[in-house]
Design a protein around this ligand. Structure first.
Ligand SMILES: [Zn+2]
Length: 64
């Protein structure tokens, strides 16, 4: 299983999915359907440049 990476369409809005990816919470962008988990090296930002609170919390909680 691999995370989806799509081109963002300048309307990113990252939301937790309630799903798990490699024992970490899985997030999905409602704009472009890209997926993210805190196992990734990058951190997704919303269209307004802010990091979603849930994303920041998951990043902080990830041991990697
Ligand atoms: Zn996006």
């Amino acid at each position: 299983m691999a995370l989806a990476h799509n081109d963002c369409q300048s309307k990113c809005d990252w939301r937790p999915t309630g799903e798990r990816y490699r024992d970490q919470p899985l997030f999905r962008c409602t704009g472009c359907k890209s997926e993210w988990a805190p196992t990734e090296k990058w951190t997704p930002k919303n269209v307004d440049g802010q990091i979603a609170l849930e994303v920041a919390a998951a990043r902080a909680a990830c041991p990697a």
